[in-house]
Design a protein around this ligand. Structure first.
Ligand code: GCB
Length: 595
């Protein structure tokens, strides 16, 4: 799926700004059929929840309406006219005037709505977007909606981060020529100093395809014709962690000698491979240092914000991180573009979090024991996840920064039914992208003895909370548990990494003892984990939970959100951040002690 960008044949109008807004209970039926009768306006892109000082809006369950008037540029006559939503969380219906023109389910992947037949160049139209925040057993992530005694809806879900909703990413009106390039897929490799860029171009309509590869100075380095081909790049400059290099693949569609469409796809030439117990980038063992993150900031919720993007990457560099996981959903495409340009290594995760009935709002609670089956997480959920994986790989397949797919976070992989549910998903991901390894993050109670799916994956990624949920305040016992746990995975002969470890930490809380919630405790816990990691030869990376504090749903186990951040929600370092910086700046992209 191609991101809309202006080219000699394509234009766009960014529709970000302030839109009219209403929740469903405050407007009549068919509110899209006229100007929304509402005093409220809302910022796009941003989740709507925290923008208002109104609990009925923040905690609303169901549809909300966004509306604005849109003018179509006069030069677009004869073009196809589309609207791209980078995300509508979690489902959307789009109306041009009174007409329903598109629908989408899935809150973190983009979709286009073709409105060519409903609008006219130089005309204007009323754009209404209905957005639904409900999570059910048929959605990814899952949840349950119940009707309370007063008739209002109540939402529960199994992950801990707050269920922010709305239009959290950009909305764009864009034009493409009638005959146009619909998709480009690239694969890369090299031998010696010669690079290889394979390409496959899909088009709608007739025409001849020509491609040119340009280096960063703008010089042509290779060219080809036809929809599928392979280009050789002499003296190739590789895309490396921390040292990005990007080529431009300029794709042209011509008919009768005339340019019909042009699109430029960036390309980073690099290889990724799991060999034995090593994770290799460009044939070199790579050691992941970094975090699980969230898209989460005050007021904006999950709204994408370029200033936070720039600042977060600055902090990642400051702390010596080389990677992060897009926990627990695909992030805005702008984040991956930025990572491509800055050599950040990404584990790209789906929105499949909470496929585990032993967890409630992120906490192990017992409760409903069985996760997989027709009455619980069944075929509809599996179909939704398959569709989500298709959309994720379609969007992100060309990003050199993405080195691995994380297909699930903390499923009940220790339960019967998990293999039947996940095996087809793994097969699908491998079919769609044979070039990247895949992983998933294992929950604490899925271990080397009872896990039923880990053999399907390339890398064993563990989420472990010894010293926090298990033996809090007792780092000595935690250390022995961690050592035993890591040792138990050796027999699998695969690389092992930690995708979550950490401790909630209240900034400003201090102690000379092992006191949970203090800054010293977070730093000591991290030091303890690192001591153990460095003993394990098949260990390939450490990603702390979390980069920054983030908002959660209400509950007595969280104080104003999850506080496991190395940084506060407004990006101030805790003592743990300084401890991480000392460690991570003391070695490069290889495992400590192997340089
Ligand atoms: C986990 C989850 C993560 C939670 C974290 C916690 O295992 O994957 O989403 O935020 O634990 O802090 O409890």
């Amino acid at each position: 799926m191609l991101k809309p960008v202006p080219t000699p044949t394509r234009e766009q109008v960014i529709l970000d700004g302030v839109w009219r807004f209403a929740i469903d209970s405050r407007v009549g039926d068919e509110p899209w059929a006229a100007r929304l009768d509402t005093p409220l306006e809302v910022a796009v892109p941003a989740s709507y929840n925290d923008q208002f000082a109104d609990p009925e809006i923040r905690d609303h369950v169901g549809w909300v309406y966004y509306q604005r008037d849109v003018r179509v540029p006069r030069g677009w006559a004869g073009e196809r006219i589309l609207i791209r939503f980078d995300a509508a969380t979690h489902a959307a219906r789009v109306y041009a005037g009174d007409a329903l023109v598109g629908e989408h389910v899935g809150g973190y992947t983009p979709f286009d709505v073709d409105i060519t037949d409903h609008v006219e160049a130089s005309g204007s139209f009323r754009l209404t977007v209905a957005v639904d925040n409900r999570l059910t057993r048929e959605t990814i992530p899952p949840g349950t909606v119940t009707t309370t005694s007063d008739g209002s809806l109540s939402q529960r879900y199994l992950h801990d981060f707050y269920n922010y909703a709305g239009l959290a990413r950009s909305v764009r009106l864009h034009s493409v020529p009638r005959a146009h390039v619909t998709d480009i897929a690239v694969t890369t490799g090299y031998s010696g100093t010669t690079g290889r860029v394979g390409y496959a171009v899909d088009v709608e309509g007739a025409g001849d395809i020509a491609v040119t590869l340009r280096d960063e100075s703008g010089a042509d380095v290779a060219c080809g014709t036809g929809p599928v081909g392979e280009l050789e790049v002499a003296d190739v400059r590789l895309w490396q962690p921390g040292a990005a290099y990007l080529y431009d693949l300029v794709v042209e569609l011509r008919a009768g000698g005339e340019l019909v469409d042009q699109y430029t796809q960036t390309v980073g030439v690099r290889t990724v491979e799991v060999r034995g117990t090593e994770f290799l980038i460009n044939g070199e063992p790579f050691y992941f240092k970094g975090f699980g993150k969230h898209e989460d900031t005050p007021i904006r919720g999950k709204g994408h914000d370029d200033a936070f993007l720039v600042h977060d990457f600055q902090l990642l560099e400051w702390i010596g991180a080389n990677s992060f996981r897009t926990s627990h959903y695909p992030y805005a495409e702008d984040v991956l573009d930025f990572a491509d340009r800055h050599g950040m290594v990404i584990i790209d995760e789906t929105a499949a979090v909470g496929l585990n009935m032993l967890i409630d709002a992120g906490i192990s609670k017992g409760g409903e024991k069985r996760t997989f089956g027709p009455e619980v997480i069944g075929d509809e959920s599996q179909a939704a996840l398959a569709q989500h994986v298709r959309e994720l790989i379609a969007r992100d397949k060309n990003h050199p920064s993405v080195v691995m797919w994380s297909l699930i976070n903390e499923p009940a992989s220790n339960e019967d039914g998990s293999r039947e549910y996940f095996e087809p998903i793994v097969r699908l991901a491998r079919e769609l992208d044979p070039s990247r390894p895949i992983t998933f993050s294992l929950v604490m109670f899925a271990n080397a003895k009872n896990d039923q799916i880990v053999d399907l994956f390339d890398v064993i990624s563990l989420n472990r909370y010894y010293g926090w949920y298990v033996t809090p305040g007792d780092l000595r016992t935690a250390e022995s548990y961690l050592r035993m746990d890591l040792a138990s995975w050796e027999a699998f002969g695969k690389p092992v990494m930690m995708t979550e470890y950490g401790a909630d930490t209240q900034p400003g809380a201090h102690s000379i003892w092992d006191g949970p919630w203090t800054e010293e405790y977070q730093a000591s816990l991290l030091d303890m984990y690192h001591r153990v990691f460095d003993e394990v030869p098949y260990f390939v990376g450490e990603q702390v939970w979390n980069f920054a504090d983030f908002q959660t749903s209400n509950g007595t186990h969280r104080v104003e959100g999850n506080k496991k951040g190395a940084f506060t929600r407004d990006r101030k370092p805790k003592a743990g951040a300084h401890a991480l910086r000392r460690r991570w700046t003391s070695f490069g992209d290889r495992k400590p002690g192997t340089d």
